[in-house]
Design a protein around this ligand. Structure first.
Ligand code: X2X
Length: 338
């Protein structure tokens, strides 16, 4: 690509109302290359804290040539809008959950199959290994570049404003919000719940106004998005492990000089590894904090959930949808599922 074409492309990326964003605006104004990163989580979530550190490192290592400006908390729109913006190049980076990017790249939902992963060791081995590589290859075909290290969302837990959820039977008719995700809807229907897809930007209000009675998210999100204010019970269900793929608009990424690509990729991947540690630590401490805020916790009977999904044909249906190749890579990491 010629320097001129590259400059034009890069100029197209640079429109940043710096006041609304995290980072170093005085450098952002002077920078030659502006990279815009939007996400759906509050600024206090480890994803934004570590991305902020990556932005500082990128600025330092490029001597101010490159500014990564972060727009947290759906400032640039909800998940569906941000996914469109990163595909169109209006945003350089986005971190959609595996569930959400699957609206564009269906195979990406494979890591979010219910009760697939036993623990974090298995998660990182799979996602830093063959399963993650398989998904990144498929995402690349949609003209999106994916950084190597997936960031952690966490194991998802079910919160309710009504009765606690202890076994799969308690899911019957539950009005629960799920992300904009075909897999999420399918899984909760197989559990006899009544799921509704909503973007994360709409979740707090939907719970507050009782449009839905329940939602499911990892503890760090329940904490930073203050969902405990509008929910009473939290069932430790660990029903889905969810990660955030750090993706870039493909042409914009390819237009960056090689030295910049290297600095950015290394800062983002390193920050992702630290972010995984943050989430792990929070998993250990958050239950006690959330209890103080009034959220009541209970364990669940995971076998009752697995059995209901299996007997309802959930695994065989999704094996068919993902196809034998992707399903084989998943089972290679976690063992037989169906
Ligand atoms: O929308 C959600 O629930 C969240 C924040 O976990 C995702 O991005 C999938």
């Amino acid at each position: 690509m010629t320097g001129l074409t590259r400059r034009r492309l890069l100029r197209g990326l640079a429109v940043a109302p710096a006041a609304a964003a995290i980072g170093t605006p005085q450098i952002a104004r002077a920078a030659e290359i502006e990279l815009r990163y939007g996400n759906n989580l509050p600024a206090t979530h480890p994803l934004n804290v570590r991305a902020g550190e990556a932005a500082d490192r990128i600025s330092a290592e490029t001597k101010g040539r490159v500014a990564l400006t972060i727009f947290p908390n759906n400032q640039l729109g909800g998940d569906t809008d941000m996914l469109s913006q990163v595909r169109a190049g209006a945003m350089t980076f986005f971190t959609p959950s595996a569930l959400v990017i699957a609206t564009v790249v269906p195979t990406a939902a494979i890591s979010a199959v219910g009760f697939a992963f036993a623990d974090y060791d298995q998660v990182w081995q799979a996602m830093d290994g063959a399963l993650g590589a398989h998904v990144r290859d498929v995402i690349a075909k949609a003209n999106l570049h994916t950084f190597e290290k997936i960031w952690d969302n966490g194991f998802r837990q079910i919160t309710t404003s009504g009765a606690p959820i202890e076994t799969a039977q308690d899911m019957d008719g539950l009005k629960i919000r799920v992300p904009v995700s075909r897999l999420g809807i399918s899984m909760f229907r197989a559990l006899s719940a009544a799921p509704t897809s909503l973007q994360f930007s709409d979740v707090y209000a939907a719970l507050q106004t009782k449009i839905v009675d329940a939602q499911e998210n990892p503890l760090p999100i329940i904490q930073v998005a203050k969902l405990y204010e509008v929910q009473k019970h939290c069932a430790i269900s660990n029903h889905i492990w969810d990660g955030f793929w750090f993706i870039a608009n493909g042409p914009a990424w390819n237009a960056l000089p090689a030295d910049v690509q290297e600095i950015v990729a290394s800062a983002i991947n390193d920050a992702g590894l630290k972010q995984r540690e943050d989430i792990k630590a929070l998993n250990g401490s958050l239950q006690a904090e959330l209890e103080v805020k009034g959220l009541a916790f209970n364990g669940t009977d995971p076998d009752s959930f697995r059995a209901k999904l299996r007997d309802g044909g959930f695994y065989s249906e999704w094996k068919g949808r993902f196809g034998d190749e992707a399903w084989g890579v998943l089972e290679g990491a976690v063992g037989k599922l169906a």
